[in-house]
Structures are given as C-alpha cells and as structure tokens.
Design a protein around this ligand. Structure first.
Ligand code: ADP
Ligand code: MG
Length: 310
C-alpha cells in the first residue's frame, strides 16, 4: 500500500499550491489527481526529466535547499532550451529526508518556484514523500516547441558553423548552483535563424560536441583560440590550462549549436541576445574531431578533451 501523506505533507502541499507559479495553458494545476494542460493544435510538446540526489549531485553545505530546488528546475529548463522550447509547466517529485529541518522542503520549493516565475512556467503538480534516506528531487518539465520545430542533435551538416553561448569552464567551482538556463537565448536564436543542431553543455564542450557529431554523422574542427574561456579561470592558478577546463569541465549549461555560415554571420553581425555568441569551429565531412591550435598545429579532440598530437 502506498504510504499516505501525513498532516505535515498535506500542509506542505497546501503551502506549495498557494504559491505555485502559473501558465495560461494549465487549466488544472496542483490539487487534483493529474494536471490538465490546454495545448495549441499542431504544436509539438517537449518533455525533459532530471533528478538530483543528495550525496551524488550536491551536499548540504555548501549547497542550500533553495539552490538545490532552483537547480533541479534549471537543469530541466536547460534541456528544454537545448531543443528551442518555451517552458510551460514543471512537475516535482521529492523524497524528503527526516534527517533535515522541516523548513528544508519549503526552501527547496521557494528556489524552484522563483525560477518557474522568472521563466513564466507553471508549477503544475508533483509528489511528496518522506523517508530516512537522503534528499532526492526529480523534476519533469514540459515545453512547447518553437514554430520552426525542435532543435535536435542530429541536424548538423558538414560546413555548418559551430557556435556557443557565454563562456566555458570552471562551473563546478563556481556558478553550477546558480546558473541561468539559456531559454531566452535559445528562443531568440531560433527566431533569428534556422538552427541545424543544438545541445546544452552539461558534460563539457568536448563530450557534448561529440553527441552532435555522433547523431549528425559528421566531424568537426574547433579553433582553440576562439573558445570563450570563463574569465575567472584565466586568473586561477591550477595545473590544468584554462582551455583544458573550457573543453572538459561539465555543468556550464551553455548552448552549443550549429547553423549555416550565412546564418552564423547574421548572428554575429546582429546579435539576437545579450549573452555573447562565439563562432568556435566548423562541422566537416567524415568522422573525428580536430582541435586547431593558434600556432597552426592540430590535436585530436576526444570526448574527454584532447588526446594526442596528430
Ligand atoms: P494523489 O494521492 O492523488 O497523488 P497527492 O496528495 O500526492 O495526491 O498530491 C496532491 C496534489 O498536490 C496533486 O495535484 C499533486 O500533483 C500535487 N503535489 C504533491 N506534491 C507536490 C510537490 N512537491 N510539488 C508540487 N505539487 C505537488
Ligand atoms: Mg501523489
């Protein structure tokens, strides 16, 4: 038998319900057995799910419950952004820990709900459980595709420019708990040009570029001196170079995408968003990924960063 929520969980759900962010597509949100969403005819829905586990993806401290709630939604919004989708609603399943302060659940939801309000999507349902294990939070986010359709990993073409938003590297030491998902940028880029392929950088530039290459059956050349390196990395003393961090570090949550050279030029000459866009390489016929250094030499770029000289 499924354990029934205690009074405290009912109180918590009532508290969440009072504050829940809304969206016009959500006809029925929190409070019934399932949410009811109105969906425009012919539009394509995109659904992403991601889970964060205490002890695996975060620990308290340094993370706060508010940051964890925010991040649990942010990683899903980053996945929706990577498909060029407008977020509509999120569903939150939590396994709360008896070991934590009861306020933890409220703070977690505040972090989540703040980001939902910021991006105009509804918090439309979920499930609340309590156990003796650590905290787990899983979010499912649903969005509406851009009118040009979803941006896939598989749409890259030889000759495409490879472009990236923002700057890369050093996220785990810095902003991975507070990053802003590139939803607005993805939609602005999709409005301006025809996206051929796109992915969000969660595992690192080298690893995520390989997903596009695999799915699109193409190769790539990256220009080392054009990769935008997070400026904090340039000043940090570390045994890995800033470029190495930019290629290998996960959790940047920037967008990596490919467009025709004409569209790439258009994005650089008329930027559709405030976040910097950089042209960092090109897709090529045939497999493999090459990193071209500033001195003209080349390295093979594997999934984990560069591997050996060519
Ligand atoms: P049921 O037993 O029918 O699943 P619940 O008591 O689990 O009902 O949930 C009641 C309502 O609260 C449902 O609409 C559900 O989607 C919502 N809900 C439960 N937990 C959460 C949560 N953590 N965040 C958002 N909505 C939630
Ligand atoms: Mg339930």
């Amino acid at each position: 038998m499924k354990p029934q929520p205690g009074n405290k969980e009912f109180e918590l759900i009532a508290w969440i319900r009072e504050r829940a962010a809304t969206h016009p597509h959500v006809r029925v949100g929190i409070g019934d057995d399932a949410a009811a969403l109105d969906w425009p005819a012919k539009s394509c829905s995109l659904v992403a799910a991601d889970m964060l586990l205490e002890g695996v993806h975060f620990t308290f401290p340094p993370a706060t419950p508010r940051q964890v709630g925010r991040k649990a939604l942010a990683v899903n919004l980053s996945d929706l952004a990577a498909m060029a989708a407008q977020p509509v609603a999120a569903f939150v399943t939590v396994a709360l820990s008896r070991a934590h302060d009861p306020e933890c659940a409220r703070e977690l939801h505040e972090g989540l709900n703040d980001l939902a309000s910021e991006f105009g999507l509804a918090l439309a349902g979920g499930d609340t459980n309590v156990w003796d294990g650590p905290l787990a939070v899983s979010v499912t986010a649903i969005g509406e595709a851009h009118e040009r359709g979803p941006a896939l990993r598989s749409g890259g073409r030889a000759g495409d420019w490879i472009m990236v938003t923002g700057s890369l590297g050093g996220s785990l030491a810095g902003h991975h708990l507070d990053f802003t998902p590139r939803v607005r940028e993805a939609l602005a880029i999709a409005d301006a040009v025809e996206l051929h392929s796109m992915i969000d950088i969660s595992d690192g530039l080298a690893a995520d570029l390989h997903h596009i290459l695999d799915e699109s059956s193409v190769g790539a050349v990256l220009f080392a001196d054009r990769i935008p390196v997070n400026k904090e990395l340039r000043d940090s003393a570390d045994d890995r170079s800033p470029l190495d961090h930019a290629l290998g570090d996960g959790e940047d949550f920037e967008l990596l995408f490919t467009v025709s050279p004409t569209d790439g030029n258009k994005l650089l000459s008329h930027p559709p968003c405030d976040v910097r866009l950089s042209h960092i390489g090109e897709l090529t016929e045939g497999g493999g990924c090459t990193l071209r250094m500033a001195d003209g030499s080349s390295q093979l770029l594997g999934r984990m960063g560069w591997e050996h000289s060519m």
